[in-house]
Design a protein around this ligand. Structure first.
Ligand SMILES: Nc1ncnc2c1ncn2[C@@H]1O[C@H](COP(=O)(O)OP(=O)(O)OP(=O)(O)O)[C@@H](O)[C@H]1O
Length: 330
């Protein structure tokens, strides 16, 4: 079942920034990660989906209803990127206030059952007994946990979390990952906007990549990672001046790192490319330079390498000589 579908969603701010022509489809039970550098347009997209921003053009459906329609939001829990709570209220009071925004009468939100639900989401979000403390006394991480509790309060089917772990320490981030997996196992669908690549790598089924407001890639994580390939190439006949000559001939998305360089001309190169064809091209360049290639083998794909390749970042300037494999990228 399709939970969210967007067709060409576009929002351009007066400055010219925003996001353009975003078409995505999210199926029930997925954890979907939206990645992209700062200012790529991730929050703009999410705000259009939850009806906080009106698109300039394009359309979308949420649970089969047009986005922006109040009814489409009923089954959605949303943690905005910039959250701010009434600091004079306690955690429990903030949650009751949120229940009111969902149309729950004040008397009902004080019922035994609803109070049990409040305590449950506080526990799930890692706030446990702190629900009776005022938000003023919460750390930033605790406020973020309260935001997650608000998003989960009404037991939504679709949970949209815009940077849910940005203020959390490593343990907190791990707990959020476990929480996301638990939500998926309950059949919920999660949309995650994040910079934290390890979160995406650990839990996301599908990933989309936004850059300068445009969708550059979307698909299952494993497939996308294969589109940012790294290879180790062992050669002989290597000369240090070849690095610059080769770098000048790299195609967009390719990078070259000299991992190891011996005095007898032996060397290990690491090449990142967007396709197998680009690796073939690299081999041809090496042969044309008179280099003997002994071994070409793929390196474990890392989301960080893929992210940098997609963002057009080139790490070719880092190199090491004669230091074994110490100069390899993380
Ligand atoms: N209300 C606004 N008015 C004008 N420009 C805006 C507004 N909100 C965002 N922008 C601009 O639109 C672009 C996309 O911003 P957005 O917040 O959607 O990006 P993002 O990918 O979520 O970034 P980050 O990861 O830093 O949160 C940025 O250049 C930003 O400066």
């Amino acid at each position: 079942m399709t939970i969210l579908q967007t067709n060409g969603l576009t929002k351009t701010y007066a400055s010219g920034a925003g996001c353009t022509d975003i078409s995505l489809e999210i199926e029930r039970g997925q954890i979907f990660g939206l990645l992209g550098p700062n200012g790529a347009g991730k929050s703009t997209f999410v705000k259009m989906v939850v009806g906080l921003l009106r698109p300039d053009s394009g359309s979308g459906t949420l649970f089969g209803m047009p986005i922006g329609h109040p009814e489409s939001r009923r089954k959605v829990g949303y943690l905005p990127e910039l959250f701010r709570f009434q600091e004079w209220l306690t955690g429990e009071e903030v949650l009751r206030y949120h229940a009111g925004l969902y149309g729950i009468a004040r008397s009902d939100s004080k019922s035994v059952d609803f109070t049990a639900r409040i305590k449950e989401v506080l526990r799930i979000s890692g706030l446990n007994e702190r629900g009776l403390n005022r938000v003023r006394h919460y750390s930033k991480g605790m406020q973020q946990r309260l935001g997650i509790a608000c998003a989960l309060l009404m037991d939504p089917e679709f949970i949209i979390l815009d940077e849910p772990s940005s203020a959390l320490d490593p343990i907190g981030r791990y707990e959020v990952r476990v929480l996301l997996e638990r939500l998926r196992s309950e059949g919920k669908t999660v949309f995650l906007n994040t910079h934290l690549l390890e979160d995406v790598e650990a839990v996301c089924d599908e990933v989309a990549f936004l850059h300068h407001g445009k969708l550059r890639a979307v698909g299952p994580m494993r497939e996308l990672l294969r589109s940012g390939l790294s290879w180790r190439i062992t050669v002989s006949g290597w000369l240090p001046e070849l690095q610059q000559a080769l770098e000048g001939q790299l195609l967009p998305g390719m990078s070259l790192i000299i991992v190891k360089q011996e005095s007898d001309g032996g060397a290990v190169l690491q090449v990142t490319a967007r396709s197998h064809e680009q690796i073939g091209y690299m081999n041809r360049l090496l042969m044309e330079e008179g280099i003997t290639v002994y071994e070409v083998r793929p390196v474990q794909e890392k989301l960080e390498d893929w992210f940098l390749a997609m963002s057009g970042e080139n790490r070719s300037s880092s190199s090491s000589s004669g230091t074994g494999e110490g100069g390899a990228p993380a």
